[in-house]
Design a protein around this ligand. Sequence first.
Ligand SMILES: NC(=O)c1ccc[n+]([C@@H]2O[C@H](COP(=O)([O-])OP(=O)(O)OC[C@H]3O[C@@H](n4cnc5c(N)ncnc54)[C@H](O)[C@@H]3O)[C@@H](O)[C@H]2O)c1
Length: 263
Amino acid sequence: MQVTDWIDLSGKTAHVTGAGQGIGAAIARALAAAGAEVAVSDIDATAAAEVAKGLGGVGMALDVSDREAVDAALAATVRQLGGLDILVNNAGVYQNLGGPVRDITDAMWRKLWSVNVDGVFYCCRAAARFMIEAGRGGRIINIGSTQAVTPGVGVTYDGSKAAVAQITKALALELAPHRINVNTLAPGPTWVNDGEPPLIDGHPPPPTGDPLADSVANRIARLPAGHWGDPMEQGKAAVFLASAMSDFVTGAYLPVDGGWLTL
Ligand SMILES: NC(=O)c1ccc[n+]([C@@H]2O[C@H](COP(=O)([O-])OP(=O)(O)OC[C@H]3O[C@@H](n4cnc5c(N)ncnc54)[C@H](O)[C@@H]3O)[C@@H](O)[C@H]2O)c1
């Protein structure tokens, strides 16, 4: 037995949502590099197809907030890959949906929670049905955020990620008898935009009077790791949570954050 045997995902099948770019694309590539057959889904079908092509997997369109589409996409994964051993609930939104509570409309709240919370629930439920029926255990990895612990994006997003962490723990308890491990992977600041990430100089900027923006800016400026995270850092942690390396890990909240939560 060698350590590499424990991270080998050969013979395993995986589905990663929101994997057309950013952290989800890196996780899909990491799982494929560990040997898994991977289905890549995204609301952007072209992006999903592109990523799937690059890793020799299957690409599909999926809006995780659409319950029927979720059931159909996971059924298609089982049909096309021969099973579903690993689900990564990565799809999540935050752009233009946070900010001060007085400015948040009902539509913004519903939009964000329909993806970040309803979507996670729909995918977990569909995956649990397949995994329990197949009887060969499984792994569900829910992508949370350090913002579940240290607020900063706003009540919509921060609240949604706290919900994901508790949904994860409840499912870990319920699904343990079926040998289905359910964990939260919580990224810290991860650069998914074009170009180089801004330098981190250790000096918090002067307060702006906006507590949300200041919370994030202070922590990023003082991030112990001294640099932004690369999406593949989340990919590596996902391989750990998907593999035999973490057989006895369930219900955990794993920050992969360059030390953000030490601040
Ligand atoms: N980047 C960070 O610093 C960071 C930090 C903490 C947590 N996260 C979390 O990591 C996850 C990925 O974030 P990212 O930074 O890579 O984001 P991103 O915006 O780069 O990528 C998100 C992907 O999800 C897709 N998507 C959006 N709505 C969708 C829907 N309804 N159904 C399916 N796919 C949808 C988008 O098309 C996109 O490809 C999210 O859950 C996010 O909250 C990111």
